[in-house]
Write a protein of this length. Structure first.
Length: 714
């Protein structure tokens, strides 16, 4: 749709008969609600294009792109010479589909509750007059005593206070304006820096006479105002929850829909300080002496801060600022300037060199980990794995030549084994490879082509097996081999075992029988399908959200593969001390198209627009590689301890980070986060039916899934 609108606007630019202002208006008339999916009305809020006018290159911004019911199809097909179809061809969706709660990434706030800002701080009201001849605009956290000399008010009563308005907002005083404003005490260490430098230093009443003399010397207007007992009765500033969520992202108790799935998460805790939020942009709080600390060395301050982020991780679903230093996460909590902000984590001080990513309204997850990719051949047996503390992975006997699954399980001798494509379509004992999920030493994972079970899963897999394993349709034995691998009964059971936590991980089997780019996507497909067919998990009933299920599924491609491969001390979760390998998502695109990907705290990929455009949001906007992959130290090579001790790794002369894997041989299934169940398994060798703890694992084939046609053209 963006391509169509962009094309129409460019055609009109080329004609040279319209101004920028006219095209901004015309752009809203091209398509109507009947021409697009209901979700487009919320996900496409604006569209920007640049093109050549008779006066040169200019930017056209179209807001409220879908603002009518019928649009103008003649305009939509302008320049194509195609016949204009009847409006009746495009049926309108039911009105209920346009409800806010049905939109991808919807946010539902706690009703009838307000967000209290700067709770517990003193407040005063002052009359302020702008006696200048130009407008003056004052930001929320600017020390009010330091404001423009032509603002006339009681500056001594304003000492140690700033405007009592939401963080990052401002109050504008037009020439001659008289306004009564409420001020609130500054927070933190109550130390003023910057501004006009008339009251710099710790707020101390004993300094008032000196400050007053300085104000008079420098010509600041100051009109004393009698103190009023009404100041003792001034209540705190309160914001509507939905307004707060729009500005700073949802807070404790609010729920967010994950993409277009049926999964909702509820914010468990908010570590930011309401009223002292870090906001980025012109006139916002992240300015020198306000949200940015002054006089701090680089060693005290962050390299990068992600503000007001909703973190979705196995460890919790909560809101916080995330700070990185040297590529690692060094703090999660409240960031900012401790001189004027409350509860700033000492590890999260923002300085003049700190880069900022605005996380409000975004979801942050750990980067995905795929532990089954066909990169190079070879392998290591369990004895060597035990000797050198590296993980043992098994592709078991698909032909049952040497024995059945029970014989393979006995050969493990209780040693830890990562068993991939546990269902068996990708290979392994037929038909009961899946029974290995019952063993406490087996760490099972799925490969994603079978996930989830749909009406098209079985049919595509026969040819996938034939091609991958170099089989011939002309040989009956080869056909029988392929058919024995593809069983609807075990594939549908695999869905159930994921939902109960008996299968611990998701991977791809890329370059063999898997899709490397869809590990995350198919994980959430599976979670959605299971909720649709099996209902809420017991732990989620009555909570109004799916936090337990979401933690279970996100663990399958983050922390659990990391634990299995002995790399969880470096990656796999959003935790202090871990590498800042993070994915940043807009809630409407969660699980399908990340907005940005960070490697070691540096941007690896990001949605970026036309490289020649004046701003970064001009069509075409696509995910483009950024600079961090060019820096070797943004990547990590995980090696064995023996590889380091022998000097082999040093001989490679690598510039990448080198990390040794650890605890691969002591990990057990009980260590898998939210996915450590070991049910007693039974697989019928003829009917292929699967039972876990005596219950048949049944699920229906899905005929449609979210995060498909709504997000991809092909």
């Amino acid at each position: 749709m963006q391509a169509l609108l962009s094309s129409v606007l460019h055609e009109l630019m080329r004609d040279g008969n319209h101004t920028v202002a006219q095209l901004m208006s015309l752009g809203r008339e091209v398509l109507g609600r009947r021409h697009v999916l209901p979700s487009v009305t919320s996900t496409l809020r604006s569209l920007q294009v640049e093109g050549t006018f008779p006066t040169g290159t200019h930017l056209v911004t179209v807001d409220q792109v879908i603002s009518s019911e019928n649009g103008n199809l003649e305009r939509a097909l302008y320049g194509s010479f195609l016949p204009v179809p009847s409006t009746d061809v495009f049926s309108l969706s039911d009105e209920s589909e346009y409800q806010a709660s049905n939109m991808p990434g919807a946010v539902i706030t706690v009703k009838q509750e307000k967000v209290v800002l700067n709770k517990g701080r003193g407040r005063v009201k002052l009359k302020v007059v702008n006696r200048g001849d130009r407008a003056i605009q004052v930001g929320s956290h600017y020390s009010f005593i330091e404001t423009n000399p032509r603002l006339d008010f009681d500056r001594i009563r304003a000492y140690g206070y700033h405007l009592d308005i939401p963080a990052g907002m401002s109050t504008r005083f037009e020439p001659g304006d008289t306004k009564t404003v409420t001020l609130v005490q500054i927070g933190g260490n109550k130390t003023i820096r910057g501004g006009s430098s008339v009251a710099s230093g710790l707020v101390d009443p004993s300094r008032i006479n000196n400050i007053l003399r300085r104000l008079q010397e420098e010509g600041f207007l100051h009109t004393p105002e009698n103190s009023s007992t009404e100041n003792d009765k001034i209540g705190p500033y309160e914001m509507d929850r939905s307004e707060y969520a729009t500005m700073y992202g949802p807070t404790t108790g609010d729920v967010v829909r994950l993409g277009a799935t049926n999964l909702w998460v509820k914010i468990e805790k908010d570590f930011t300080t309401h009223g002292d939020e870090c906001t980025f942009g012109g006139g916002k709080t992240l300015r020198d002496g306000i949200g940015v600390a002054t006089g701090r060395g680089d060693d005290e301050c962050l390299d990068l801060v992600i503000t007001n982020a909703l973190i979705v991780d196995w460890s919790g679903i909560y809101k916080a600022d995330i700070g990185t230093k040297g590529g690692y996460i060094v703090g999660i909590g409240k960031s900012g300037n401790p001189d004027v902000m409350d509860d700033v984590n000492p590890a999260l001080i923002i300085g003049s060199n700190t880069d900022v990513i605005t996380g409000e309204g975004k979801i942050i997850t750990a980067g995905g980990i795929d532990t089954h990719v066909h990169l190079f051949a070879g392998g290591t047996g369990p004895r060597v794995c035990d000797d050198h503390d590296v993980q043992c992975q098994i592709h078991s006997d698909s032909l049952n030549e040497s024995g059945f699954v029970e014989r393979t399980a006995a050969a493990f001798k209780d040693r830890t084994v990562h068993a991939y494509h546990i269902e068996g379509a990708g290979g392994g004992h037929a038909p009961d490879m899946i029974s290995l999920v019952q063993y406490p030493n087996v760490l099972p994972s799925s490969t994603n082509p079978t996930k989830p079970y749909t009406i098209n899963t079985v049919e595509e897999h026969v040819d996938m097996v034939m091609s991958c394993h170099h089989l011939s349709k002309n040989l009956p034995e080869d056909v029988a081999f392929a058919d024995s691998r593809i069983r609807a009964e075990t594939i549908e059971a695999e869905d159930v075992l994921h939902d109960t936590g008996a299968i611990s991980m998701m991977s791809s089997d890329s370059q063999a029988m898997g899709r490397c780019g869809e590990v995350i996507l198919r994980t959430w497909h599976t979670a959605h399908k299971n909720k649709a067919q099996r209902g809420q998990l017991t732990a989620d009933v009555g909570t109004g959200a799916d936090n337990h299920r979401v933690k279970r599924y996100i663990s399958k491609y983050t922390i659990n593969p990391a634990i299995t491969q002995g790399i969880s001390h470096v990656v796999g979760s959003v935790e202090v001390g871990k590498l800042a390998d993070l994915a940043i998502w807009e809630p409407c695109n969660f699980g399908v198209k990340p907005l940005q990907v960070l490697k070691s705290g540096l941007i690896a990929t990001a949605f970026m627009g036309d490289p020649n455009a004046s701003i970064a949001t001009v069509q075409p906007i696509i995910s483009r590689p950024m600079y961090s992959p060019m820096l070797p130290k943004s990547s990590v090579l995980f090696v064995s301890k023996a590889g380091v001790n022998s000097g082999a790794v040093d001989s490679y002369k690598l510039q990448k980070r080198i990390e040794v894997v650890k605890n691969c041989r002591t990990v057990r299934k009980q260590d898998m986060k939210f996915n450590g169940e070991t049910p007693e398994m039974k697989v019928d060798p003829e009917l292929y039916t699967v039972e876990a703890d005596g219950k048949e694992c049944k699920s229906e084939a899905a005929s449609s899934l979210p995060l498909t046609h709504q997000y991809f053209v092909y």
